[in-house]
Ligand binder design. Structure first.
Ligand SMILES: Cc1cc2nc3c(=O)[nH]c(=O)nc-3n(C[C@H](O)[C@H](O)[C@H](O)COP(=O)(O)OP(=O)(O)OC[C@H]3O[C@@H](n4cnc5c(N)ncnc54)[C@H](O)[C@@H]3O)c2cc1C
Length: 292
């Protein structure tokens, strides 16, 4: 039986997911769709629902751990041009759910929009960033969003206005199946100043942490008044490894995957580091990364 009749040009079967995430781990998705229009996206979701398939949307995979056994349902990626555009309109920017966060950040800085430069160097998409409220100690993406267009698991398109959305530290009320587009509003500043700040932040970040120059993930949430990096450093987790995954020697809140790494290696290392933190400081760290 063809589950995606009429959508064969956008849905592939048995697609390896490891090339689609920052850890380069993960088995096959039973189905993998890259819709090219809103109507195709809706149709794919509706047909998956009719077939009882579990559906996940994948951005750039910078915040997911995908099992080495794969994903038995449908994975959708909003990487077609219909979903990746970014545009400026007065003090506002609009972006597709699949738009590159780095592109959004540099365009905002060139415009003299204040705030997004704080997210420089963070990999991912606008949809992924809004889903987890991507943040640094200088700001979070939820602070600037005015409106979001989302698609529910039933295939309905809804508009979420500013007052209907809530964002807190690495949490967002935007938990529908897909964030398809969003509109943001910013205050302005001289663009030279914003660009200078962005460059400085980029240099500091690049010196202190892995930046996708190796397969890696940002693992734990900050805890209380301390960053996860501080908590992990204090617990002395540097040097720990499980199988082919190891704690980064540049920043312990990044785990680096070596050739042959599996999702079990990653999760074993999560347990080991959590345990060491618990034993040495009594704190219980929470995962930032989303385990599928
Ligand atoms: C080197 C590195 C540095 C990082 N630094 C930071 C940092 O400083 N601060 C920080 O907060 N994070 C950081 N991260 C984590 C990550 O970059 C962010 O969480 C980013 O926003 C993930 O975006 P993504 O598109 O890759 O999402 P994915 O990893 O693809 O997805 C993450 C979650 O969002 C969901 N999702 C993705 N797209 C959509 C969509 N369109 N609609 C609905 N749901 C969607 C997915 O189903 C998944 O549950 C870092 C990661 C790496 C590898």
């Amino acid at each position: 039986m063809n589950l995606f009749a009429g959508l064969e040009h956008v849905v592939q079967q048995d697609v390896l997911l490891s090339p689609y995430n920052s850890l380069r781990i993960g088995g096959n998705a039973a189905y993998f769709a890259v819709p090219t229009s809103h109507s195709e996206l809706q149709a794919v979701v509706q047909q998956a629902r009719a077939a009882n398939l579990s559906v996940r949307v994948l951005g750039h995979g910078a915040n997911v751990v995908i099992p080495s056994s794969g994903w038995a349902g449908l994975v959708i990626q909003l990487s077609a041009p219909e979903f990746t555009g970014v545009a400026v309109n007065g003090n506002r920017m609009t972006a597709g759910g699949g738009a590159n966060l780095a592109h959004f950040v540099s365009l905002a800085a060139r415009e003299g929009f204040k705030g997004p430069e704080q997210l420089v160097g963070i990999p991912g998409t606008i949809g992924g960033a809004l889903h987890v409220n991507t943040s640094t100690n200088g700001g979070n993406i939820g602070a600037w969003v005015k409106q979001a267009t989302v698609l529910t698991a039933a295939g309905d398109v809804l508009i979420r206005e500013h007052h209907e959305m809530n964002f807190s530290y690495r949490q967002s009320s935007l938990n529908e199946l897909a964030i398809v587009a969003a509109e943001f509003e910013f205050e302005r500043e001289a663009s030279e100043q914003v660009l200078r700040r962005m460059q400085k932040l980029w240099i500091v970040r690049k010196a202190k942490q892995p930046m996708l120059d190796e397969p890696c993930a940002y693992v734990f949430k900050d805890h209380g008044g301390s960053t996860a990096t501080q908590v992990l450093t204090k617990a002395g987790v540097q040097g720990l490894k499980s199988g082919h995954v190891e704690v980064s020697d540049r920043d312990p809140n990044f785990f680096v995957a070596r050739q042959g790494a599996t999702s079990s290696d990653f999760l074993d290392l999560v347990q080991k580091t959590k345990q060491q933190v618990q034993d040495r400081s009594g704190l219980e760290l929470e995962l930032a990364v989303d385990v599928w």
